[in-house]
Design a protein around this ligand. Structure first.
Ligand code: MRU
Length: 367
């Protein structure tokens, strides 16, 4: 087992500009090994996103920002039009790695916007601006997660039982996480929670990653198989459900790791508040409802072979392996963002969150 006590001090995603590398903590090796990868080519970065070596919506966004900056550094031309065209190609390539988490395209579009905003800049100046923007995306991620943690903490009290699905923790972001941010922040303030981590089939982000980072932070942590959530709720052990999100539609439907929808239905049945925690960069106001979100389908082997010494399902059997589903907005008690907690009706409250964001950004520009 990797050194649990030190994992919280590792960076999930980092830029090593001197060596032109994207540095990530390989999440496919955790919890048994802490392996740091130095990715230099665009194909390596694409593979790392596809293979979930770096994963979690915010972390993917940060990785893509640094990744496309590294691509920009490699473009050998002094001609801005040619530079912009080749940058666009690199951006589209990274964007094709995974379809569901909107943070990937959000970060890449934000990087490209820098070029659009500075048409007069030389290639060298454009590269410098891209570097600054990628660093800003990461810095903002830390701030957003901390703010989400603060708002999330107002929803729970010391000693509460929290159930979470997948990993929306520090490993999925630059620091703190989203769904797990209130827990980590609460720990900093001497609070204690009992956290139940759904194992999260088929890739076990709950059993491998959430439980690992929570234990490392000294949290009372219990792993349960996904089909045990109902019993744990029935036992009265869960005061609130906290989950992350990969894309939230304008009506509040929240797409997250497969199984989230079932957890939301159970929470409703048992009268347990169900909260979705995520930054505004994960809210896609251009998408009206959950059904319109593209759901990533992944390889059958993840279900039939991974984690088993021998293949466990018969050869030739059909496999359905969607990576995400969405919790219907009617099942969601609140959506916790860095600008506050949106409550139903989400068609209104999410717009209000974006209004607050706009105001905050205006005030920042004035400073
Ligand atoms: O396939 P993954 O592991 O990238 O899925 C991650 C999730 O579903 C997380 O809950 C979500 O990205 C939020 S991470 C703060």
């Amino acid at each position: 087992m990797a050194d649990e006590k030190s994992i919280m001090s590792y960076e999930t995603v980092e830029l090593d500009d001197e060596n032109s590398a994207l540095v990530i903590l390989d999440q496919t090796r955790l919890p048994n090994e802490v392996e740091i990868l130095h990715l230099k080519t665009q194909q390596e970065i694409w593979d790392a996103i596809y293979l979930l070596q770096v994963r979690g919506a915010p972390a993917i966004g940060v990785a893509a920002g640094f990744g496309v900056y590294l691509a920009a550094k490699e473009i050998r031309t002094e001609n801005r039009a040619e530079f912009d065209a080749r940058f666009h190609e690199a951006k589209e390539f990274l964007n094709s790695a995974r379809p569901t988490a909107v943070n990937l395209s959000w970060a890449l579009n934000r990087m490209e916007q820098v070029l659009k905003d500075h048409p007069e800049a030389s290639v060298a100046e454009a590269v410098a601006l891209l570097k600054a923007e990628s660093e800003e995306i990461k810095a903002e991620d830390v701030w957003m997660c901390r703010s989400i943690g603060e708002y999330g903490l107002t929803l729970i009290k010391d000693g509460d039982g929290i159930l979470t699905h997948c990993n929306a923790g520090q490993l999925a972001t630059s620091k703190y996480g989203t769904a797990l941010a209130p827990i980590h922040l609460g720990r900093e303030r001497g609070m204690n929670f009992r956290v139940f981590c759904d194992e999260t089939r088929p890739l076990l982000q709950g059993a491998r990653l959430s439980s690992f980072e929570l234990l490392a932070d000294g949290v009372d942590t219990t792993v349960i198989c996904d089909n045990m959530a109902s019993q744990v709720m029935k036992n009265g052990w869960v005061n609130a459900v906290f989950v992350g999100c990969d894309r939230v539609a304008a009506n509040g439907d929240a797409c997250n790791k497969i199984g989230t929808s079932g957890v939301a239905i159970l929470a409703k049945y048992y009268g347990i508040p169900f909260y979705v925690l995520g930054p505004t960069s994960t809210i896609d106001m251009s998408i009206e409802k959950g059904e319109d979100i593209t759901i990533e389908q992944r390889k059958p082997e993840e279900v039939t072979e991974m984690w088993y010494k021998k293949r466990m399902a018969p050869e030739g059997v059909k496999v359905y392996n969607p990576a995400f589903d969405f919790a219907d907005h009617e099942l969601i008690t609140g959506i916790v963002t860095e600008y506050g907690i949106a409550r139903p009706p989400y068609t209104e409250s999410l717009k209000e969150i974006f209004r607050k964001k706009e105001e905050a950004q205006k005030a920042k520009r004035k400073d």
